[in-house]
Write a protein that binds this ligand. Structure first.
Ligand code: GLU
Length: 436
């Protein structure tokens, strides 16, 4: 059986790091097993679902490199849901309910006040509904069939259906709640593994009986612990932290994938430049039960580490033409983002006005300026330049290197000058040294 997973967002908003993490794990699992990864747009709520969000979800997955093997849409599948619903109705597994929300609320409070679990109480099977009221529909749980599964993250799970309310599957206006269409689709699409957040565990218990009622074996389930912010809960910022803002901050998609793939697992977060090693190693048994902590500072740092060994070819399309492979290799250890590379174009090719030097540094600069025109720029110009300035002035160490670095790059820190200087046009370097 081909491993088939699905990412099933409701297009009522844009993706945030929490649901992107679920998408990544579903994708990785499918890729590890040479299987299929589907995007299922859960848009049964026609009012709240928006086309612009569907477009943004596709764009975010593409940006992250999570290629899909197919896209499905629940709003195009109502006829199938109707047919399956008809079968369940005929079999007595869904039934009409007439209570108003107020009645249900009072009933719940009565039960709680008696110290009883607030479980929905079924009416006798043939109780007729009140005249002229359109019913909503519940799925009839089989009280004699305890619900059990071995969760790939949580291990053995056990639910007593007697302690659960029969879930509402369809509203009085005919619209669908999430539970049943999802099961119908998981069967129809051959989903073998459902990977989602642990907030769905009790849904899974009810859905397992729905699979049975529809005559299909349930898929395997992996319920991952939720993602929380550094403050310990899913903060407002984290809940709304979308791909667009991360992209604008210069976060590389692979950095986000690398972090979210491993966060909350016993595998270390590593600065990979390709998802291959992450895919290779994914194992739900190594996912922890405690909430996974997402730290934006950790993401920025990982982004930086990844850039340090990212090849020029991987980023060339986003770099100014002046940033050649050699120049990229020289500056990448000092970059926080790819966009910062553009700041180096002026350092390499000008226009560039060196900062006014300290008086104490003038002799070193003057000596370097005198020597520079005669230096062979294709050999090791930095070595030749510093040797000449040292010999002329006696300066060494920081007093020798820092004024030269400042005059040549405008910065106190940066790439290895021996690597950088041959990449700065010679006439530019000579002019900068002579500018004071
Ligand atoms: N649309 C559901 C959600 O976003 C899908 C849950 C699932 O993966 O089954 O919560």
């Amino acid at each position: 059986m081909t491993v088939t997973t699905r990412f099933a967002p409701s297009p009522t908003g844009s993706l945030h790091v929490g649901n992107v993490r679920t998408a990544i794990h579903n994708w990785m699992w499918a890729r590890k097993h040479g299987g299929r990864f589907l995007l299922r747009i859960d848009d049964t709520d026609l009012e709240r679902s928006k086309e612009e969000h569907v477009g943004a979800i596709r764009a975010d997955l593409a940006w992250l490199g999570l290629d899909i093997d197919g896209e499905e849409r629940q709003s195009a599948r109502f006829a199938l849901y109707e047919a399956e619903f008809g079968k369940l109705k005929a079999a007595g597994r869904v039934y009409a309910c007439y209570e108003t929300p107020e009645e249900l609320d009072i009933r719940r409070k009565v039960l709680l006040s008696r110290g009883l679990p607030p479980v929905y109480e079924r009416k006798p099977a043939d109780a007729p509904g009140p005249e002229g009221v359109t019913p909503h529909w519940r799925f009839r749980l089989d009280h004699d069939a305890p619900i059990e599964w071995t969760d790939m993250v949580r291990g053995p799970q056990h639910f007593e259906p007697r302690n659960m309310s029969d879930p509402v599957v369809r509203r009085a206006d005919g619209s669908w709640l999430y539970l049943l269409p999802s099961v119908i689709d998981d069967i129809a699409m051959g989903i073998t593994h459902v990977v989602r957040g642990e907030d769905h565990v009790s849904n899974t218990a009810a859905q397992i009986q729905m699979f049975g009622a529809l005559g299909a074996p349930p898929p395997q389930f992996a319920h991952e612990a939720l993602l929380v912010g550094t403050e310990g809960k899913l903060s407002k910022r984290l809940g709304s932290l979308g791909m667009a803002s991360l992209r604008a901050e210069g976060i590389e998609p692979i950095a986000l994938v690398a972090l979210l793939a491993r966060l909350g697992t016993s595998d270390p977060v590593e600065p990979v430049t390709s998802p291959a090693p992450l895919i290779e190693s994914i194992d739900f048994a190594r996912f922890g039960r405690a909430p996974a902590r997402f730290d934006e500072g950790e993401l920025a740092l990982l982004n930086q580490k990844i850039l340090h060994h990212t090849d020029h070819a991987a980023v060339a399309s986003r770099l100014p033409a002046a940033i050649t492979a050699a120049r990229w290799n020289a500056i990448r250890p000092n970059l926080m983002t790819v966009a910062e590379a553009a700041d180096w174009v002026a350092v390499f090719d000008g226009p560039f006005a060196p900062p006014a030097p300290d008086d104490a540094d003038r002799p070193v600069l003057a000596a370097a300026a005198a020597a520079a025109p005669g230096i062979d720029w294709t050999a090791d110009p930095w070595h030749a330049l510093t040797a000449a300035a040292k010999e002329a002035t006696g300066a060494k160490g920081r007093a020798l290197f820092l004024p030269l670095r400042r005059a040549l790059t405008g910065r106190d820190h940066g790439p290895d000058m021996a690597e950088l200087l041959p990449l700065i046009a010679k006439d530019q370097a000579v002019a900068r040294l002579a500018a004071n």
